[in-house]
Write a protein that binds this ligand. Structure first.
Ligand SMILES: *[C@@H]1O[C@H](CO)[C@@H](O)[C@H](O)[C@H]1NC(C)=O
Length: 353
């Protein structure tokens, strides 16, 4: 159906003469053509045609070796339990509608089994009806002695990458030259008071507890902004994101990366961490924990650790920059999809992330 438009579009997309493409040994031409057709169809399906243009520059940069890759390091096996447990909180944040402040934090089975079994209380619950739809919980986990802030992903990817929200705002109060995605900042600020007040009270009442901020997809982006804000207020934060988009420019990515620990988890060649594009100046928090196996269960040898605010060896270039796996966006470490709780309550929303 898209074929006619695509054949005319392929070379525009590449922005480089076909012979130059053919001369590169990286892709077979047919394979590349198929990859591009598939990607454009997928982007069109989720309303992201605007972004197709940006991809051409990233393909060019990759072919020209502008962005270096550096090899992945082995994954420290002892981290797997922590990252899997935290993924349950990211998953739990999709079970909004069943949280009651002061009651146990739990999911419909089987979306966060360990959290449900543990001694975990919902201390704050927010579901903002504003434009950013910021939703999540602050939980007090007496089992692991942690205070966990978890942000849910949003309903539609489209709202976040096709309008003015993709612009950046300077944040000199964070660091000189820091710029952040306006939409993610707005989303955080919608519930800033609730989260900051709750964390401040809990950290005072539970000395020795660890503070963990997490989220999946757009929730991961909001978590990154939240962690930065909380660190600025003097809190020591462990930031754990799953399939997070890029949140700001190089200065911000470096600034956040310097405040450890950060665990930015990505999966195969899923598309969301490749957005917004590098060509708009967006860069990632490092290190990246890249899961290069498709399906559950994931073991320590299925993950590699990548450094750099751009590294084509991880998710950014995995399988070629023009190949995307949308299914992989929903699968992170758990046997169920991270957004599964929401899926089970609200059917039929297209490409929910
Ligand atoms: C895409 O991701 C899903 C879920 O992780 C996986 O089952 C599938 O094998 C992946 N597809 C490819 C072509 O890698």
């Amino acid at each position: 159906m898209h074929f006619k438009r695509l054949t005319g579009f392929v070379l525009v997309l590449m922005g480089i003469p076909a012979p130059a493409v053919l001369a590169k040994p990286i892709f077979g031409f047919g394979e590349m053509l198929n990859g591009i057709k598939k990607t454009l169809n997928q982007l069109a399906d989720v309303g992201l045609m605007d972004l197709a243009d940006s991809i051409q520059d990233e393909v060019k940069d990759l072919l020209n070796g502008v962005f270096p890759g550096s090899p992945g390091q082995p994954f420290p096996a002892e981290l797997l339990h922590f990252l899997t447990y935290t993924a349950e909180f990211a998953s739990a944040s999709y079970c909004d509608g069943i949280f009651v402040v002061g009651r146990k934090t739990q999911c419909k089975d089987p979306f966060c089994p360990t959290v449900t079994k543990g001694n975990v209380l919902t201390e704050a619950y927010f579901a903002n009806k504003g434009s950013a739809d910021t939703t999540g919980i602050v939980a007090l986990d007496a089992t692991t002695k942690a205070i966990v802030v978890a942000y849910r992903g949003s309903q539609s990817i489209r709202n976040w990458f096709t309008n003015a929200k993709i612009e950046t705002k300077p944040m000199p109060e964070w660091c000189p030259g820091c710029e952040v995605h306006v939409g993610f900042l707005d989303a955080f600020q919608e519930e800033q008071t609730t989260v900051v007040d709750s964390v401040t009270r809990l950290m005072k009442n539970y000395p020795g507890y660890k503070l963990v901020v997490t989220g999946h997809s757009l929730g991961g982006a909001i978590a990154t902004v939240a962690a930065t804000d909380l660190r600025k207020r003097g809190f020591q934060v462990s930031l754990v994101t799953y399939g997070s988009p890029r949140v700001g420019n190089e200065a911000l990515a470096k600034f956040i990366s310097a405040s450890k620990p950060n665990f930015r988890v990505t999966h195969l060649n899923e598309p969301v961490p490749r957005l917004p594009p590098l060509t708009l100046g967006y860069r990632h928090v490092e290190p990246e924990y890249h899961i290069f196996k498709g399906d559950y269960p994931i073991g320590p040898s299925d993950i590699k650790v990548y450094s750099g605010t751009v590294n084509f060896e991880g998710n950014t270039g995995f399988g070629g920059v023009t190949s995307f796996n949308f299914t992989a966006h929903r699968h992170y470490l758990l046997p169920t999809k991270l957004s599964a709780c929401d899926d089970s309550m609200r059917q039929g929303i297209e490409f929910k992330i």
